[in-house]
Ligand binder design. Structure first.
Ligand code: S3P
Length: 172
């Protein structure tokens, strides 16, 4: 079984991904880490040098390869579902879980994190909360194509496991 965790920056995909992988007894993979390993460059340096369009193309290639691996929990980058028909690919090859959160919570979590996020940095400054809210809203049509949607505030891994098992029993 392959599970894709999707959601905005700061929604907790990496933390929950690791917990979920351990309750299912499968490996966990972070797509951003995989990108950096494969191309030997940090995402922020890549963005600076080549821009977002090039990033989205390579990000899609990494996803396409990962989508072939059978049993895995994958934590994806926040923008991945919104490009190159990636939602379709994920829904065809696994179970998608959207970690939904309000902009205020996302901002406070991103501020606390050490990870460098180029798009977040670009939005900083005046009307920050509004910019994040508009950006999140523009992504919602993609995120909401997920098969399971959970509240990212305090996710319960056992509860999510049950939702996933219920979902798989319905579709099989
Ligand atoms: C991005 C989110 C980042 C990373 C890149 C772009 C986005 O991943 O893929 O900086 O477009 O939201 P996280 O969601 O893990 O921060």
């Amino acid at each position: 079984m392959k599970i894709y965790l999707i959601g905005y920056m700061g929604s907790g995909k990496s933390t929950l991904g690791q917990d979920l992988a351990s309750v299912f007894g499968v490996s966990w993979l972070d797509l951003d880490d995989e990108f950096e390993l494969r191309y030997k460059v940090s995402i922020s340096a890549f963005f600076e040098k080549y821009g977002e369009t090039a990033f989205r193309e390579l990000e899609h290639k990494v996803l396409a390869d990962i989508s072939q691996i059978p049993d895995l929990v994958v934590s994806t980058g926040g923008g991945l579902p919104c490009f190159h028909d990636n939602m379709k690919l994920m829904n065809q090859t696994g179970i998608t879980v959207y970690l939904q959160a309000l902009p205020e919570l996302l901002i406070s979590r991103i501020e606390l994190s050490a990870r460098k996020r180029p798009l977040f940095q670009q939005m900083k400054g005046e009307n920050f909360l509004q910019k994040i809210s508009v950006h999140l809203e523009s992504r919602e049509p993609f995120y909401s194509q997920a098969k399971i949607i959970i509240d990212a505030k305090k996710p319960d891994v056992e509860d999510l496991k049950k939702k996933i098992l219920d979902y798989t029993s319905i579709i099989s």
